[in-house]
Design a protein around this ligand. Structure first.
Ligand code: RTP
Length: 155
């Protein structure tokens, strides 16, 4: 296979405060890992409310915006960048529908969450958002480029 490392797709994934508090970090990380995606950045941070407002700026007209930003800044968030072919779209598939009442069993939200306001995880919804969100949450030097020996068995 050709060297795709340079242009491999990346997405921003965050385990929200409810997922962290419920002890779901390893469960969620393992689903991305076992699929064959590569972890290229990870950190645990408590975002400020202003930071949460930046992250969710697209939703600022929505009635739930304020509560959502309070929630995201209410405790530690596990921020990650995952890399792999089709990871943006397929990551959303692993996560499941926004409303856990509508997410399929087998998805993260379908298996592990019950209501939309506590849906435990965030994933970028497209290439531009992925780029913006990675830039918002991480400095370039925090993104780690490395060869994973399993890759030749995945691609
Ligand atoms: P996310 O950005 O967190 O991955 O979620 P999403 O794309 O699946 O959904 P989006 O429409 O962007 O909404 C962002 C987050 O806002 C909360 N939400 N609450 N009716 C409500 O109370 C409501 N609707 C959405 C959820 O936490 C959702 O993930």
């Amino acid at each position: 296979q050709e060297a795709h490392a340079a242009e491999m797709e990346r997405t921003f994934i965050a385990i929200k405060p409810d997922g962290v508090q419920r002890g779901l970090i390893s469960e969620i990380v393992s689903r991305f890992e076992r699929k064959g995606y590569k972890l290229v950045a990870i950190k645990l941070i408590v975002p400020s409310k202003e930071f949460a407002q930046k992250h969710y700026h697209d939703l600022k007209e929505r009635p739930f915006f304020d509560g959502l930003c309070d929630f995201l800044s209410s405790g530690p968030v596990l921020a990650m960048v995952w890399e792999g072919e089709g990871v943006i779209k397929y990551g959303r598939k692993l996560i499941g529908a926004t409303d856990p009442q509508k997410s399929e069993p087998g998805t993260i939200r379908g298996d592990l969450a019950v209501v939309v306001g506590r849906n435990i995880i965030h994933g970028s919804d497209g290439p531009e958002t992925a780029e913006d969100e990675i830039a918002l949450w991480f400095e370039p030097k925090e993104l780690v480029s490395y060869t994973n020996n399993a890759e030749k068995w995945i691609y």
